[in-house]
Design a protein around this ligand. Sequence first.
Ligand code: ZN
Length: 154
Amino acid sequence: MKTADATSLHSELWARIEADSIILRAHIRLGSIEPETQGEFFINKLGEPQINVYRDRRADTVDDYERELITLVHEYGHAISHLKGQRPREEMPEASAELTPADKQAIQDEEARAWTYGHEVLSAMGVTDFEAFEKQKAEADAIYLRRLGLVGGP
Ligand SMILES: [Zn+2]
């Protein structure tokens, strides 16, 4: 994906998510947010679907358009799963080694669904180069495996 493409796709996707009545906010990453957390999808206190993306330097400045585009489309994938009634729970449990095998599987299935929907959305927007997408997905999958206690390591 070229930088110019990532920048215009980012604004196109941002507008599309807001047009879908999903609350979308960019926040500066504070100490309470783990450095590896790029974004999140949740139902807010008003009962609205919301996506937060986290930025390192300034809330109003994108750190890396391609990376945030991929984060956004993944979180939008969770929103699509929610809108289709496929999320197993409105509030998914926090990924942890203490969860039951069924909950761990539910989290992994939901993550896979979000990546699949994200891939479909980018394809429909004309993206054909998925190298960065696959790399970011592999990183995220590895983080989940570790948090779920399904592989060794700290
Ligand atoms: Zn996810």
